[in-house]
Each structure stands twice: as structure tokens, then as C-alpha cells.
Ligand binder design. Structure first.
Ligand SMILES: [Zn+2]
Length: 359
């Protein structure tokens, strides 16, 4: 924001404080309901939904079977299982199966996928270990179907949060770690790392050196942009930095926990490039968009002014990034504005970007 824009921002804020409520357009309408309807604040019409760009074919995974899942090899005895929305993984060892997350949308299809893989190979099909990536129910909520007699492993904060959530479908891990733990199960080496808060305080990196693979959930999705508000990140700077930390480890195969396919280093690099571009555009839009019209329009309704100002900044920031990545990342036209919003709030709240101290 240059000085004149900053002055107009302050003028807008001052006008907001001084605006007489009765002078607003909404107040002139007969009823609050009429004002609500006139503002277009009605629910979305399910019979008139917007269209979006087609998903690039390269973003899609293996088609699911009649039961609603697809299973496939990542490398050696590491397999992924997906329903096209969620993706988890398992290692079929000589001593039993190590499961990496148990999403409830996959539910009992996880065991079906394990059976499909292990039976022809003559390997045991029993899940003996379940490693949680983090405490969220959408990745952990089918844990209890594997019974009480398995080893559940996770970060110490995952244990605390699962005890707090107190949901019998996702029992807290008995075996925990804080920064790093190496597991040797059925002849396989599994490295668990916690590199700081990102999507959640407890989200970990599961590195499988013998499989050249990394499991890092709810950060980057191969072939797609993140979900709304940057995957509902609890720590936006941590989430933004997480993909670069992932790339510091040696691996070829990337499992992101969502959607239908396994990724590569290129997928994570593309995610990083998209996020970096969006971050630049967010900062540019925050400095160039004139907030005055929003404050002039909404007068004393501070939240309306802020809402429409920041939504507009998000849309201005998103526009060139959507154009650049259309056809390269799925749903770039669906979620980029909302991801821009998460980044702009983080720029303001974490870095104090464009927040000047009053004279
Ligand atoms: Zn999550």
C-alpha cells in the first residue's frame, strides 16, 4: 500500500466510525429479511451450481473397483489404497501389515485391499501396526476396526489430541515420539519425523528409505491444489514451509493422503511453485487494492467492509495464478481464492504485512 492508499484506507476506517447507521441503504429497506435478500446473502441454489474447468487427466488416479477402492503398488511391498478422495498406504511385511492411516471413507475396504495384495503372495494379512500421520478423524477414524491388539504409533501430541477428542473410533497411540523415531518392523525401516507444526500441531513425516517413499498428509496433493483455506491449516507458515522440508529428504514416491494418485518430486515442486506465485500475488494485491470503496459502501458495518475488501484482495491475487496453473493443477479455479485468503491473513497476522501502527 503506498502512502495515498494508506491514507484512503485510514479515511475509510474513519468514515466507517463516523457513518450514521440510518443513512445506510440496508436501513432504508422495510425489513431485515428484505435487506438480507437484497444483499444476495441467500444460500447457494443446488439447481444452479457453477461450472469449473475439467480436471487434467494426469491428476486422476487408477479407477476404483465396484466396491469403491483401488489398490496399487508404490514400490516393493508398499501399497496405496484410495477411494479417489482419500489415500492411505500399507506395507505388507513377512510379519504382518503396517498400516499408515485409516480413513473412514475407505473403512473396511482397507482390509479388502490388504487381502487382495497379501493372499496371492502368501503373506500375512493381519494389521499389526497402525501409524497415525495426525489426529484428524478423516484420516484416523477407521482405526478401531483393526481391534485392540495392534500397536498404534504416533506423535506425542497426536496422543494428547486423540485423548482430548475421546472418540472410540480413533484410539490414542500407546507408542509415541517427539522429534524422531526409527521403527524396524518385519525387516522394514520406517523413519518418523516431526519437523514442527504445520497443518496441525502433530502432523508428521513418515519416511520409508527402503521404499524411496514419503508420506506427508494434508500439505501437497499430487496433481491438485490444496483444499479450502490451505487445507484448513492451523499453522499457515508451517504448512507453506512443509513441502520444502519434505523435498530435503531423499525419496521418489509421495503420498499426500488425498485424491487418487501417488506423486513424484515434480508434483511437490509444482505445489511449491504454485504456493510461491500465490504468495507474491497476495502481497501485491494487499498493497495495490484500494480499500476505500468497501468502507464507503458499508459505513458502520465494519465486518461487511472487511469481508468484501479481503475477499476482493483474494480474488485479485488468485486471478493470474489460476490462469497460470489451469490445466496443470486440478481445481485451481475452485480453491485458489480461498487459499489466497489463508495466505493474506497469514501475511497480516504472522508477518504484520501492511499493518501500520497509528501515529
Ligand atoms: Zn487433517
Amino acid at each position: 500500500m503506498d502512502n495515498s492508499t494508506r491514507r484512503s484506507f485510514l479515511a475509510g476506517a474513519a468514515a466507517l466510525a463516523a457513518a450514521p447507521v440510518a443513512g445506510s441503504a440496508a436501513a432504508a429497506l422495510a425489513t431485515p429479511a428484505a435487506a438480507f435478500a437484497s444483499a444476495g446473502a441467500t444460500a447457494e441454489d443446488p439447481n444452479d451450481l457453477p461450472d469449473y474447468a475439467p480436471i487434467p487427466p494426469s491428476s486422476l488416479g487408477k479407477p476404483v473397483n465396484s466396491l469403491g477402492y483401488a489398490v496399487g503398488k508404490v514400490s516393493r511391498n508398499l501399497y496405496f489404497v484410495t477411494d479417489t478422495d482419500y489415500l492411505s498406504a500399507f506395507i505388507a511385511t513377512r510379519d504382518g501389515v503396517v498400516l499408515l492411516d485409516a480413513p473412514p471413507t475407505l473403512g473396511h475396504n482397507i482390509q479388502r485391499a490388504i487381502d487382495e495384495v497379501t493372499k496371492p503372495l502368501g503373506l500375512p494379512n493381519k494389521v499389526t501396526h497402525l501409524i497415525y500421520t495426525h489426529h484428524h478423524s478423516d484420516h484416523a477414524g477407521a482405526s478401531s476396526i483393526f481391534g485392540k491388539n495392534i500397536a498404534r504409533i504416533g506423535h506425542s501430541e497426536t496422543r494428547r489430541l486423540l485423548k482430548r477428542d475421546n472418540d472410540p473410533k480413533k484410539p490414542a497411540p500407546e507408542e509415541t515420539f517427539d522429534d524422531h523415531r526409527t521403527l524396524h518392523i518385519g525387516g522394514e525401516r520406517i523413519e518418523l519425523h516431526w519437523f514442527g507444526e504445520n497443518h496441525t500441531p502433530d502432523n508428521i513425516y513418515i519416511h520409508l528409505p527402503g521404499h524411496d517413499a514419503l508420506v506427508l498428509v494434508d500439505i501437497a496433493y499430487p496433481g491438485w491444489v490444496p483444499f479450502s483455506n490451505l487445507n484448513l491449516s492451523e499453522d499457515v507458515p508451517g504448512s507453506v514451509a512443509a513441502s520444502a522440508k519434505a523435498l530435503e529428504l531423499p525419496w521418489k514416491h509421495f503420498l499426500g493422503g488425498h485424491l487418487g494418485r501417488v506423486g513424484t518430486r515434480r508434483d511437490v515442486q509444482l505445489h511449491d511453485a504454485y504456493m510461491a506465485d500465490l504468495n507474491i500475488e497476495v502481497r501485491r494485491a494487499l498493497t495495490t487494492v484500494d480499500p476505500t470503496p468497501f468502507y464507503a459502501k458499508y459505513g458502520a458495518n465494519a465486518w461487511a467492509a472487511v469481508k468484501h475488501h479481503l475477499n476482493y484482495v483474494s480474488s485479485v491475487a488468485a486471478e493470474p495464478v489460476i490462469k497460470k496453473y489451469l490445466g496443470r493443477l486440478g481445481a485451481v479455479d475452485v480453491n485458489t481464492e480461498s487459499i489466497a485468503f489463508a495466505l493474506l491473513e497469514s501475511a497480516r497476522l504472522n508477518q504484520g504485512f501492511e499493518m501500520s501502527v497509528h501515529d
